[in-house]
Design a protein around this ligand. Structure first.
Ligand SMILES: Nc1nc2c(ncn2[C@@H]2O[C@H](COP(=O)(O)OP(=O)(O)OP(=O)(O)O)[C@@H](O)[C@H]2O)c(=O)[nH]1
Ligand SMILES: [Mg+2]
Ligand SMILES: [Zn+2]
Length: 296
């Protein structure tokens, strides 16, 4: 007889999983033990309760993966079977980095997740409006301005996460754990100040953590990553990450224009006419170049 469980923590040789409200510790044996990355947080496994071992891992419905920087040919699955990625960014401290947002969006779409953008630390604006650069993302996904510090927007975000599984991703120090603490103060997740010297976070969260919020939401907190380059993906997904570029590109002379040096490129023209931010095209071209180079 085997039972079903959801993996909530992965460690070398095994995992912790929840089965019918109980936490069980399971070992990986046999063929599973020899796979480089047999398990990720969120995996559904069948297990043998008597021996305490994983019998089988079910096919993943969705996954958020990133290329390993050490070995770009392999992917690390950050979490499996989640519904959405909340890309957490900031209005300041650390500075808003649009290319990171784009990379996370691509990784989410590639893995079958929906994505939302959470723009945290709006208290640092001191009442000034959110920049046009950030507002422009409303064309790509829902944008949730928040302040984990003073509580702005936290309730709205909590509503959105209800009855579903969300993974929080973003640079170290943007406030992922702080937001979760604001959503459920009893969590008391560890958080840390952004370093004054490097203006970066300190990588306070060290592994993907499965968190059950009151009210039926599950959130996976993840360690901040400096980049989330993904493996080879369907280039059509880029149109979802860059709908503004896709729209302008309909007027390019060449169907397969890459908006570089090609003649009659409508995307470059849009940048020159200040209808499109140069940083959008820069980000797009870097991502495309990377995808073309990626082994695969
Ligand atoms: N002013 C302000 N500071 C915040 C806000 N949210 C978080 N912080 C601060 O930002 C710092 C980093 O917050 P964390 O929650 O540890 O960030 P994290 O994204 O979990 O970082 P890692 O775990 O390293 O990936 C802490 O000093 C927080 O107190 C906010 O809304 N406003
Ligand atoms: Mg954290
Ligand atoms: Zn073009």
């Amino acid at each position: 007889m085997s039972s079903l469980a959801t993996v909530i923590t992965v460690f070398r040789g095994g995992c912790e999983a929840v089965s019918e409200g109980r936490i069980v510790a399971l070992r990986l044996v046999g063929r599973h033990a020899h796979r480089a990355q047999a398990l990720a947080v969120g995996d559904r496994v069948s297990f043998d309760p008597e021996r305490g071992v994983v019998v089988d891992v079910q096919p993943r419905r969705t996954q958020l993966a990133r290329r390993r920087s050490r070995d770009p040919r392999t992917e690390q699955v950050i979490a499996a079977n989640i519904d959405r990625l909340a890309i957490v960014a900031t209005v300041a401290d650390p500075v808003f980095h649009s290319e990171t947002v784009d990379r996370f969006a691509l990784a989410a779409f590639a893995g079958g997740l929906e994505a939302i953008l959470v723009v945290n630390k709006i208290d640092l604006l001191g009442g000034k409006p959110i920049s046009d650069e950030i507002r422009a993302y409303e064309e790509v996904f829902e944008v949730y301005p928040t302040s984990a510090l003073v509580g702005t927007g936290v309730e709205e975000l909590g509503e959105r996460l209800r009855d579903s599984i969300t993974v929080f991703g973003g640079h170290s120090g943007v406030g992922k754990s702080s937001l979760l603490n604001a959503l459920a103060p009893e969590l008391r997740l560890e958080t840390a100040r952004v370093s004054a010297k490097t203006r970066r976070g300190r990588h306070t969260t060290t592994s993907a953590t499965w968190i059950q919020l009151p009210g039926g939401a599950v959130v996976v907190d993840t360690p901040g990553v400096s980049d989330i380059a993904s493996g080879p993906v369907d280039p059509a997904l880029l149109d979802h990450v860059y709908p503004d570029i896709a729209r302008a590109a309909q007027e390019c002379r060449f169907r397969n224009c890459r908006h570089g040096a090609e003649p009659d490129c409508a995307v470059r023209a849009a940048v020159e006419a200040e209808q499109l931010r140069p940083s959008r095209l820069d980000s797009y071209r870097r991502l495309v170049a990377e995808l073309e180079q990626s082994p695969g």
